[in-house]
Design a protein around this ligand. Structure first.
Ligand SMILES: [Zn+2]
Length: 500
């Protein structure tokens, strides 16, 4: 048993539900490889609209026209390699005939977006401002694009706004469509490009320091853990009014809600809550941005990692007890009866990808040992940086460094909807006997689990680890007398519903 400490749960992005794919495919087919996007946009806050040109450099993969996502855009001109193109609007797409093997496709358009690009104005808000939120597939409301996360491209862009406004877009990086961002408003800019804060005029120095002070330490820590130094050359946090979530990890330029920087500092939990969001979004710069889940169904490779690494950062500050408390919190909130990996490309939109995803990493860490686990993380991260990932990529990396076959582990923890139901009891009859029973029925297949028990009597401490593969296991531990206490799963490495 572990003592319960106050829980700090990350307040993080949960993507909006996406429409199911009619064919049940895990990702849409690609006719072209999207190589580069250049975006020139002009914001018109007074009419809540945008106009601009999106130029895509595309390379043919298979026969057929270029299909781009869009909702409600009005196209004024479409060219391919400078020549007027044959094109049409078809539902929520624009379809362009591209001769030959590809080229530059330029689309001049305007839009009054009802999503994706959000306008704030004096009256309901403190000041006029425009910001974007791409994830899940909402950038299509303000530029024609490729919104599935199965294609990385180089993004460059520029944004024009009314005089006196400052604008930012995360130009110059390779990313998938939902990570393209912009923000525009009367911001004040604090710090230097590697740790910059964009916030409302008059934001207190204390607020700015609250969201900046730990960033260098987090960057160094995540760099050491992952084997890859912070990859983007600059890091900016942009604080906006009435954001949809606590934070969104756009490549090199996170957008976060203004309360994180302008809310009152109440110390303790509040500071920890802010820090947890800052750490979560920064961890996404590796997991989500540098390595991106290829399909929405495996979003846990973004969200589970960001949740796990935010806890890992907190553990370096608060000590191992924090990890135990965080793990316990995750365990309780991840008992939802859902598989971690969704069946279809629209994926699972629940807390599972955060909490159960982080729990799966914690289980691997306890099972494989600290050294092996982090070696596996470094292998996975180094090998797949600037790429798209699937759960199998993580499995292979962990198998290589550990020498163990882990198919069974990933199958039961990412594909099954249930968690194991365990009953733990112990008795003392001259030796300590700990019995662990797994309920196996039609709804609960037998899980294979490493079971760890630790017993303490005064200064005496004994432990035993065994595998539970069927219904029941009994562990016998020698002790000089009856134990002061018996801890089941003392390192919090087991995602299970446990009845003591
Ligand atoms: Zn997240």
């Amino acid at each position: 048993m572990l003592s319960l400490l106050p829980l700090v749960l990350p307040l993080a992005l949960s993507a909006a539900p996406l429409a199911p794919d009619a064919r049940g495919a895990v990702a849409p087919d690609r006719t072209f490889d999207m190589e580069r996007l250049h975006l020139d946009v002009v914001l018109h806050p007074e009419t809540r609209s945008v106009s601009g040109t999106a130029t895509w450099a595309v390379r043919r993969l298979s026969p057929g026209p270029l299909v781009l996502n869009q909702v409600g855009l009005v196209f004024e001109e479409v060219t391919v390699a400078g020549e007027l193109a044959i094109w049409r609007v078809e539902g929520d797409t624009v379809v362009v005939e591209v001769p030959g093997n590809g080229g530059d496709v330029a689309l001049r358009y305007r839009a009054t977006p009802r999503d994706g690009l959000h306008f704030r104005e004096v009256g309901p808000d403190g000041y006029a401002e425009v910001w974007s939120q791409g994830e899940g597939e909402d950038n299509r409301y303000w530029f024609p694009g490729w919104d599935a996360p199965n294609d990385r491209f180089l993004y460059t862009g520029s944004v024009s706004a009314p005089p006196g406004w400052k604008t930012i877009t995360n130009s110059g990086h390779d990313m998938v469509g939902y990570l393209v961002m912009l923000a525009a408003g009367p911001y004040e800019v604090h710090g230097d490009p590697m740790n910059e804060v964009w916030a409302a005029p008059g934001t207190s120095p204390e607020g700015v320091s609250r969201v900046r002070e730990r960033v260098p330490g987090m960057m160094a820590h995540f760099g050491a853990r992952t084997g890859v130094p912070y990859p983007w050359g600059s890091y900016r946090q942009v604080f906006v009014q009435r954001f949809l979530y606590s934070g969104m990890e756009n490549t090199s330029a996170t957008i976060e809600d203004r309360w994180l920087v302008s809310g009152p500092s109440t110390g303790g939990t509040r500071r920890l809550g802010t820090e947890s969001v800052v750490a979560h979004e920064l961890a996404h710069q590796w997991y989500g941005d540098l390595l991106t889940s290829r399909t929405w169904r495996e979003l846990w490779l973004n969200e589970g990692f960001a949740t796990f690494f935010a806890d890992d950062w907190q553990e370096t500050l608060e000590g191992p007890e924090f990890a135990a408390a965080a793990a316990l919190g995750r365990f309780r909130s991840s008992l939802a009866q859902e598989p971690l990996v969704g069946r279809f490309h629209n994926g699972v939109e629940n807390r599972n990808v955060y909490q159960k995803g982080a729990s799966v990493l914690q289980m691997l860490r306890v099972m494989l040992s600290e050294e092996t686990f982090w070696s596996g993380i470094r292998t996975y991260t180094t090998r797949h940086q600037r790429g798209l990932v699937e759960t199998d990529d993580l499995r292979r990396a962990m198998e290589e460094v550990s020498g163990q076959e882990l198919g069974w582990f990933f199958q039961q923890w990412t594909e099954l909807a249930t968690v194991p139901k365990l009953t733990v009891s112990h008795r003392w009859d001259g030796q300590l006997r700990v019995s662990v029973t797994q309920a196996v029925d039609a709804d609960h297949p037998a899980y294979t689990l490493p079971i760890e028990v630790e017993a303490v009597r005064g200064e005496e401490r004994v432990s035993q680890t065994a595998w539970l593969t069927g219904g029941r296991v009994e562990l016998v531990l020698p002790l000089a007398g009856a134990p002061d206490f018996v801890a089941f799963d003392p390192r919090a490495g087991l995602l299970a519903a446990v009845k003591q």
